[in-house]
Design a protein around this ligand. Structure first.
Ligand code: NDP
Length: 249
């Protein structure tokens, strides 16, 4: 009989961290969120239409206006990382113009991406979180969802809708250990805001009590905290990360 010496190096590695999905994780706020989860050892998948993302993330192409593409992305994530335990619904678009000039397409494309896309993602994620009896859902809204913003009727409506959706999910699935919260960023310099004129940017900055724009890392910090054990008793909350721009709401 040969002696069996166990070699610790030969043991299969236990997967570390949680299975996290960040939509719109190839750039801007979503990329910073994905990097923050990767830095704490989570297994991170990022999705976008054009692809790309931080090193170490599972990078998937997925248009969130397409339910079949969402289904395919979740299937791939589940086979690589296991069921999604933390969903960050971050992908979003703008199509700004005044109400009287806004076309049906400008309205519906923004609602379909920002609000209905988030609904599709949450629905698919919750189906597996229910069986796990745990899960964290974080929607990236905006200060303008509650404050309103001229020229952004479609965008503000989509972002306000996320609050009602999160709070309803919080009530439906709290008993299964699933939390649903909203992060409402203020002005953050990314591709989304770079098209604004310098004058308009200066006007926004002047309204921010902290007197500066936010950084993508400051949004990521609130998101990782909401997904942490320390935030286990927080659900249905709207966390502003806006330098005080929207306070009072
Ligand atoms: P960016 O424009 O830099 O990034 C948007 C992200 O969403 C990209 O990764 C984009 O990838 C993805 N995306 C857009 N449409 C789709 C789609 N149909 N399917 C899949 N992915 C999509 O924006 P930010 O990083 O600035 O914004 C991130 C989130 O934060 C958004 O929800 C935005 O509304 C919100 N926010 C931003 C603020 C700011 O000041 N920047 C302020 C408040 C809220 P791709 O194009 O490759 O699909």
């Amino acid at each position: 009989m040969s002696d069996q010496v166990s070699d610790p190096d030969s043991q299969p590695e236990e997967p570390s961290g949680r299975s996290v999905l960040v939509t719109g994780g190839n750039r801007g706020i979503g990329r910073a969120i994905a990097e923050a989860f990767l830095a704490q050892g989570d297994r991170v998948a990022v999705t976008s239409r054009s692809g790309g993302g931080p090193d170490g993330a599972l990078d998937l192409t997925c248009d969130i206006t397409d339910a079949a593409a969402i289904e395919a992305a979740f299937t791939e994530i589940e086979s690589a990382h296991g069921p999604v335990e933390v969903l960050v619904a971050n992908a979003g678009i703008t199509a700004d113009t005044l109400l009287v000039r806004m076309s049906d397409d400008e309205w519906s494309s923004v609602i379909d991406t920002n609000l209905t896309g988030s609904f599709r993602l949450a629905k698919r994620a919750v189906s597996k979180m229910m069986r796990l009896r745990r899960g964290r859902i974080i929607f990236i809204s905006s200060v303008v969802g509650l404050l309103g913003s001229g020229g952004q009727v479609n965008y503000a409506a989509s972002k306000a809708g996320l609050v009602g959706m999160a709070r309803s999910i919080a009530r439906e699935y709290g008993s299964r250990g699933i939390t649903a919260n909203v992060v409402a960023p203020g002005f953050v310099e990314t591709d989304m805001t770079e098209t604004l004129s310098d004058d308009l940017k200066a006007t926004y900055k002047a309204q921010v009590p902290l007197g500066r724009y936010g950084s993508t890392d400051e949004i990521a910090s609130a998101v990782t905290w909401l997904a942490s054990d320390g935030a286990a008793y927080i659900t249905g909350a709207v966390i502003p990360v806006d330098g005080g721009l929207g306070m009072g709401h």
